[in-house]
Design a protein around this ligand. Sequence first.
Ligand code: NDP
Ligand code: 8X3
Length: 255
Amino acid sequence: MNRIALITGATSGIGRATAKLLAANNFDVIITGRRKILLEQVEEDIAKSWPSEVFTLNFDIRNKNEVREAINSLPVEWKNISLLVNNAGLASGFEPLNDGDFEDWDKMIDTNVKGLLYITREVSRLMIPRKSGHIINISSIAGRETYPNGGVYCGTKQAVEAISQGMRLDFLPHNIKVSRISPGMVDTEFSIVRFHGDSEKASNVYEGLVPLYAEDIAEAVLFMATRPDHVNIDDMLILPTAQGSARDVVKGNSH
Ligand code: NDP
Ligand code: 8X3
């Protein structure tokens, strides 16, 4: 029987690549996100390529009732989730705090911190009675370093770091693994969302260097998720070769 993985934010970027790679490696996958049409596309792509089964859950992770209802609505056989990948997240806006937009702040805090908490609570309650499970949180280099104009986003990812450590301790007695992955620059829809749809600003971020691709992070998720039972990879920082820290990026070296 295949293991079941639930991946939040599987309509694009890291989440979509992770859902596909897990499906290619004998996981049945529950994919979630707000954009229903994209969820259906990912479902179709997987069904065409691999025998793994797919279940879609269309909800906004910021809404605790929607999260609870979505998990409750799973057929009993799909509730046997062995891997939760907490990936849904975003940066919104890029300006100093004094010019910050309240709506941007709400979006980041409600998605990256509260949404992650809501779904973790519901899914962990399914794992605990089985005394097994694995939760992988997609954090960021922004969870380790703060950069100008990114204080709120970095704050949400630093919260993910603290919450991951809390989960590890709280779930230790229940034999549930908790891991986190902190990527640097990954070329996804991330910057388009951060710059409110300005694709020129977004593509400037990755110009002149080879960034990470969503598949690079998906491979790390798969590696973590397929270690033997006694091995928990706690933490992984993954950067493009051209990036040395949140603020040190060298352009022009790519071949
Ligand atoms: P994308 O914008 O490509 O993907 C973000 C995903 O999150 C989408 O599937 C989106 O789905 C989902 N999402 C956003 N808001 C909500 C919401 N309210 N409810 C449900 N789902 C939501 O970006 P990435 O793939 O790059 O981002 C994935 C994660 O990786 C994020 O947590 C991000 O912070 C982190 N990260 C990204 C890095 C990068 O450079 N790209 C680097 C380090 C970390 P939908 O819009 O359909 O709801
Ligand atoms: C996304 C990477 O460096 O823009 O988390 O914060 S960064």
